[in-house]
Write a protein of this length. Structure first.
Length: 268
């Protein structure tokens, strides 16, 4: 199976886009909702939580895991690939979503790039580093948005306060008059408030939501790795797990996924 991992349910937006475009593949999703948000946590904690999530997905049949979480991709991916995988699962693969986003963004931007992301992602400078590696001439401005993930995970993204908070973060991003022509929504949860963010950022700036970028990149990866692709089940089954158990977990997950889904409890 292809596994998708997120600290919460933001990654469901990526899993959904993937199964819309490549419906034949079996997928397994894990949201670590009991411990979300990761964005406010230390690097060590994010690394350990992410390893546990990836292990769960491997134990339940994933051959390839996509960290559909920028925070985990920014903080944990490299260490997982270099230290953890060779030791614990040398035949399996883990990919993140920051590098594919950076590859795509540098193709279109001419001036400066803005990034809205969690505090841990901004602190890691992963977007700045990956963008600069590909085009040292572009300037990058990153703004941490620590209030968004808790609001979105609570299902309160349509609350009017969300727009007020968005205004504050966006005005901080643009405050030094930089000629930002592209803004990356650098957290998979932000897909849920994309409309508000588009309205508040305004016309004339390209707003990049990751679903449309990541999914074709995963498919390219599968084409380039036929040995891995052959191991993937293709019955179109999708299973969903969360570390949290609550009355509203299915309602919340279905909202993120954009269709009714049933979430099972994961014990890590
Ligand atoms: N969806 C995660 C991301 O893309 C949210 C991180 C968090 O839990 O703070 O960064």
């Amino acid at each position: 199976m292809i596994g998708f991992f997120d600290s919460g349910f933001g990654g469901l937006t990526i899993a959904r886009k993937f199964s819309d475009i490549a419906p034949k593949y079996d997928t397994i999703f894990l949201g670590d909702n009991a411990r979300t948000p990761y964005g406010a946590r230390s690097e060590e904690t994010i690394y350990h939580y992410t390893c546990e999530g990836v292990q769960f997905l491997f134990d339940n049949g994933a051959e390839l895991v996509i960290l559909a979480c920028n925070t985990a991709s920014a903080v944990a991916l490299r260490r997982i690939q270099q230290e953890w995988l060779p030791k614990y699962a040398p035949d399996k693969r883990v990919l993140g979503i920051i590098i594919p986003t950076a590859e795509e963004v540098v193709l279109h931007t001419k001036g400066a790039v803005g990034v809205l992301a969690t505090s841990a992602t901004v602190r890691s400078r992963a977007f700045t580093n990956e963008l600069k590696k590909r085009n040292p001439d572009i300037s990058i401005f990153e703004e941490a948005c620590p209030l968004f993930v808790p609001i979105i995970e609570e299902g309160e993204h349509e609350w009017e306060g969300t727009r007020m908070i968005a205004k504050k973060y966006i005005s901080n991003l643009f405050k030094n008059g930089a000629k930002i022509d592209s803004v990356i929504l650098g957290c998979t949860h932000y897909a849920l408030i994309e409309k508000i963010l588009l309205e508040e950022i305004g016309a004339g700036v390209r707003v990049i939501s990751q679903g449309t970028i990541i999914v074709p990149k995963i498919i390219e990866y599968l084409v380039a790795h036929p040995d891995l692709e052959k191991k993937l089940a293709a019955r179109g089954n999708h299973t969903f797990f969360s570390t949290e158990q609550s009355d509203r977990i299915n309602t919340l997950a279905s909202r993120f996924y954009g269709a009714a889904i049933n979430v099972e409890l994961a014990v890590l």
